[in-house]
Write a protein that binds this ligand. Structure first.
Ligand code: ATP
Ligand code: MG
Length: 563
């Protein structure tokens, strides 16, 4: 491909709305262009990367026994009513009407459609298992579309759905997808971890997320230095604190005046102690009853972990709630507050030393509050957000926390959708059962941004070979001889099977070098008169910056051999 023909305009300046490197570089390098918030066009260079990722995904899905389909993007809302998810998706879903006023939506995902499809075709145990996938555009009216194609409103997703006779079958299908995902992300050149996740909107039990490790990632995850434990911070737990602080002499409780201190840190400072000697009491509501969540003063409450302890809906109290309840002294509630129906304590407060707590009276705390004597939790659980250095729940080694980009997600759904949408089969004995379903998503366009986050430097992108739009970028220096020789080399390399981008433009060499570094093909070959006079061309490896000279006569063999 001649660069003078390529539909490409690289940009010197960063787009105004770019907050992360991948967004900046994909726009500047002419891979994507924004047309509306969270909606992008994929230009020729970007489209090639997109197809490479799709192809990797397709090969691994096919190898794992899944079958490719193409499901409609326009879906009848009626199906979403049947599954109960029309309301649950709320404003995330783009809805539209046809001329008869029938409701539709733009696919945010496809559980309803695929379950309806399978339910209509398959009805016997002999039909199962089956796993169907598609690589298709998805639409979500995200609250905050940002970071370019990392969180967009239109994005390409690979979604797969498995149907099995029973849980054991589902687990086998899930394992096969899990293994395929590891191959996919490895082939894409990503450093990733699979982490235990909360299931969120889709529901169901077991679920794991695949996180591309990245400082700009929107999700934090916890992982163990010594074993394979890894979990989304929402799902992460720790071992009960082993360190027991020395028992105090259980001094008597003493009320102290602590006015105008806006937070735990200020209270600790005023009382000349550390925040971890205070108890944080977070008030919540569950089915109209008041609960308190108790963690050490330097910890946060994990709302997901808290919510899981109750069948009803758990809601932290807001300022409006406090305003409506003058009996609740906001900021001064203690673990012995009389009106609390539930007192949930994190295991890390089992330490027998005296605590500083709210005095249940505005502007006052108490010193010397002792567990068992002065307050007694009704529930013990791991409700503090995990922090680096906490003990791994599997092996007690220190946990670490990193940030990641969720590039894939695998769920064991069970029978939620097959129950709702007629996904039943008849077994050997003529009995009917719901099929067991799993669903498996990969953000194809998001992977591309994640790869750029990992593979770039201050000058631009350095594509892993498997995703690069072209294998080789030939840069012709000025002069007829250089241009002719570069064109010839480009032809020879193409014939030898490489995808070649040849910069034949009449621009300064500096512009060509900068563009080559920006768009990021793995290998650059510089063809200039001086080198040719010595019978050589210059080679630069984009990722490392390593340069060498190769004899023009052996260039094709040398370049093809290294590609
Ligand atoms: P997130 O928590 O990031 O919003 P999700 O849990 O809503 O993701 P899923 O419903 O599991 O995502 O979708 C499957 C995959 O699709 C995700 O793992 C992610 O890679 C990708 N994806 C989801 N939302 C977006 C988006 N707005 N833009 C780009 N990719 C997305
Ligand atoms: Mg989402």
């Amino acid at each position: 491909m001649r660069m003078s023909d390529l539909f490409l305009r690289t940009l010197r300046d960063d787009p105004a709305d770019s907050e992360v490197d991948s967004h900046r570089l994909l726009v500047r390098g002419g891979f994507i262009r924004r047309i509306a918030s969270g909606v992008y066009s994929w230009l020729p260079l970007g489209s090639k990367v997109l197809h490479s990722v799709e192809q990797i995904v397709r090969e691994e899905m096919d190898a794992a026994g899944a079958q490719e389909t193409v499901l409609p993007i326009i879906q009848p809302l009626e199906l979403w009513e049947q599954s109960g998810r029309n309301a649950a998706y709320g404003p995330m879903m783009f809805r539209l009407h046809d001329r008869k006023e029938t409701g539709f939506c733009l696919a945010p995902t496809a559980e309803e459609v695929v379950t309806t499809l399978v339910a209509a075709e398959y009805s016997s145990y002999r039909d199962l298992p089956v796993n169907l996938y598609q690589i298709n555009w998805k639409y979500r009216d995200e609250l905050r579309p940002r970071f370019g194609v990392l969180r967009s409103r239109e994005f390409l997703m690979k979604d797969a759905y498995s149907f099995d006779r029973d849980l054991a079958g589902l687990q086998a299908s899930y394992e096969a997808m899990y293994a395929a995902y590891q191959k996919i992300f490895t082939r894409c050149g990503l450093t990733f971890r699979s982490v235990k996740a909360q299931s969120g909107e889709i529901g169901g039990d077991t679920s794991q997320e695949f996180m591309a490790v990245a400082a700009v990632g929107e999700d934090a995850f916890v992982w163990c230095e010594s074993c394979d434990y890894a979990a989304n911070t929402e799902a992460a737990t720790k071992q009960e604190l082993k360190e027991k602080l020395a028992p105090g002499d259980a001094p008597a409780k003493e009320k102290v005046h602590t006015p105008d201190l806006p937070g735990i840190d200020e209270v600790a400072k005023a009382l000349k102690t550390k925040p971890n000697r205070l108890l944080k009491c977070i008030a919540f509501d569950v089915d109209g009853e008041l609960g308190l969540a108790i963690v050490p003063g330097d910890r946060e409450v994990n709302e997901f972990a808290l919510a899981q302890l109750f069948p009803g809906e758990v809601r932290l109290l807001t300022d409006a709630d406090f305003a409506a309840r003058p009996d609740l002294p906001k900021g001064y509630i203690g673990p012995d507050f009389e009106g609390a129906k539930h007192v949930v304590a994190d295991s890390s407060i089992r330490a027998p030393h005296p605590w500083i707590t709210g005095a249940n009276e505005t502007d006052h705390h108490v010193r010397g509050s002792v567990l068992g004597r002065d307050f007694t939790p009704s529930v013990w659980s791991e409700i503090a957000v995990v922090e680096p250095g906490d003990a791994c729940p599997q092996c007690a080694s220190p946990l670490r926390i990193d940030r990641g980009i969720e590039v894939g997600h695998v769920f064991q759904l069970g029978t939620k959708y097959t129950d709702a949408l007629g996904g039943q089969y008849t077994d050997e004995n003529g009995e009917q059962h719901s099929m067991f379903m799993g669903c498996y998503g990969i953000g194809v366009t998001r992977i591309i941004a994640a790869v750029v986050e990992e593979h770039h430097d201050e000058n631009g992108i350095a594509w892993p070979a498997a995703l690069a739009p072209f294998d080789v970028h030939i840069i012709a220096m000025p002069g007829d001889e250089s241009l002719a020789e570069a064109a010839k080399l480009a032809d020879e390399l193409s014939v030898a099977g490489l995808a070649v981008l040849y910069d034949d433009r009449e621009v300064r060499p500096g512009v060509k070098f900068a563009d080559a570094d920006l768009v990021g093909m793995p290998v650059q070959i510089i063809v200039g008169a001086k080198g040719l006079a010595r019978g050589i061309v210059e080679r630069k490896v984009r990722a490392t910056g390593d340069r060498d000279e190769i004899p023009r006569a052996d260039a094709v063999v040398a370049i093809v051999g290294a590609a």
